[in-house]
Design a protein around this ligand. Structure first.
Ligand SMILES: Cc1ncc(COP(=O)(O)O)c(C=O)c1O
Length: 379
């Protein structure tokens, strides 16, 4: 089946008890057994839930994976991957990863004896000097949040395989509609399903997709043992969101392209970061590994000052000033004080994330309204 058909039908079978076309929300904590150990495959809902299983099948299908696992947030999915490791193990992570991924690594896991190296992955070769016998995982994000830097997934996967190291790709920004990292050699894909997969800004959710049975069993063990499982209502919302992923992403890409060019041609704007520009440093790689460039971008003002940035951020009427991204509605965000506030300022600046940077999640409204709104806010 083609991706657009898979997206609609993945994981959903008519409900066996009624034929309901939409997966029921199995709002239950436990399942009745006819005798001790005699049950229908469902014992306790932290370990098994039919709504979650349907969603996990859908997750697998849309990333072209064998297995999917659902978590109560993107951060919980990331947490599960790091729990595969032991004290003394080392991780090579992209230098400009999402702020709270950095916080989880540096403030939670470092004190358990896991060492993280933060490396600019725009050139895959940069990771080689950091690989040693303790390296167990490469963690990348592409395009990155919020600077839209691009990493070559296939090149990273080749290096990872040479050294028997796992490669995990945070695919939140692209969504599986634009990029399928497992097809490029990655071992694990992670999503904040809060974003494009859910698509409607009404749920916090995360997931992992992968092909290896042993790795899946280890991660399922962590999922049920640590308990960061999503509730069935949230699973239903994400399952429903996924069904329109392809049409939403098409419009995100169309609107994103127009807004990116509008900003670039506006005299009030300084630099625009969008990986669909032919002069973007990662354009050739993005063109090779992505099916479109998406609706995420960031920019600075020509008159670049924090005061002007804050004035713009407070002046939009269609773009809502809020954290998060990937929903149908357009959002505007100030990474330095919002999504990336957990990264120390020196680290942020070193990676190019300046105080006045503004991030947009371009939604699927009428694009002229979006450009008019930005135009009036730029002033
Ligand atoms: C790229 C990226 N990865 C991971 C996360 C964390 O996901 P969640 O907020 O669902 O825990 C986010 C959240 O913004 C994100 O943007």
């Amino acid at each position: 089946m083609k991706l657009d058909t898979t997206i609609i039908h993945a994981g959903t079978e008519p409900d066996p008890s009624t034929g309901a076309i939409m997966t029921p929300i199995y709002q239950t904590s436990t399942y009745v057994q006819s005798a001790p150990g005699k049950h229908k495959g469902y014992e306790y809902a932290r370990s098994q839930n039919p709504t979650r299983f349907a969603l996990e099948a859908a997750f697998a299908a849309i990333e072209n994976a064998k297995f999917g696992l659902a978590f109560s947030s993107g951060v919980a999915a990331t947490d599960a991957v790091i729990k595969l490791l032991s004290p003394g193990d080392e991780v090579i992570a992209a230098a400009d990863i999402y702020g709270d991924t950095y916080r989880l690594f540096s403030k939670v896991f470092e004190k358990f004896g896991i060492k993280f190296h933060y490396v600019d992955m725009q050139n895959a070769e940069n990771i080689r000097p950091f690989i040693n016998a303790n390296t167990k995982l490469i963690w990348t994000e592409t395009p990155t949040n919020p600077l839209m830097n691009v990493a070559d997934i296939a090149a990273l996967a080749t290096i990872a395989k040479q050294h028997h190291v796992l490669l995990c790709v945070d695919n939140t920004f692209a969504s599986p509609y634009l990029q399928t990292p497992l097809d490029l050699g990655a071992d694990i894909v992670m999503h904040s399903a809060t974003k494009y997969l859910g698509g409607h800004s009404d749920v916090i959710h995360g997931c992992l997709m992968l092909n290896d049975q042993q790795l899946r069993d280890q991660l399922y063990f962590i999922q049920k043992s640590c308990g960061a499982v999503p509730g069935p209502q949230d699973c239903f919302l994400v399952l429903r969101g996924i069904k329109t992923l392809h049409v939403r992403m098409q419009r995100h890409c169309e609107n994103g392209e127009k807004v990116a060019h509008f900003l670039r041609n506006h005299s009030g704007i300084g630099k625009v970061y969008w990986c669909g520009f032919e002069d973007h440093a990662g354009y050739e790689i993005a063109k090779k590994q992505m099916r479109g460039f998406g609706g995420m971008m960031s920019f600075t003002l020509a008159d670049d000052s924090i005061e002007n940035a804050i004035r713009l951020l407070s002046s939009t009427k269609v773009f809502a000033l809020a954290e998060s991204l990937g929903g149908i509605e357009s959002l505007i965000n100030h990474p330095a004080t919002m999504t990336h506030a957990s990264i120390p300022r020196e680290e942020r600046i070193k990676n190019g994330l300046c105080d006045s940077l503004i991030r947009l999640s371009v939604g699927i409204e009428d694009v002229q309204d979006l450009m008019d709104d930005l135009h009036q806010a730029i002033g």
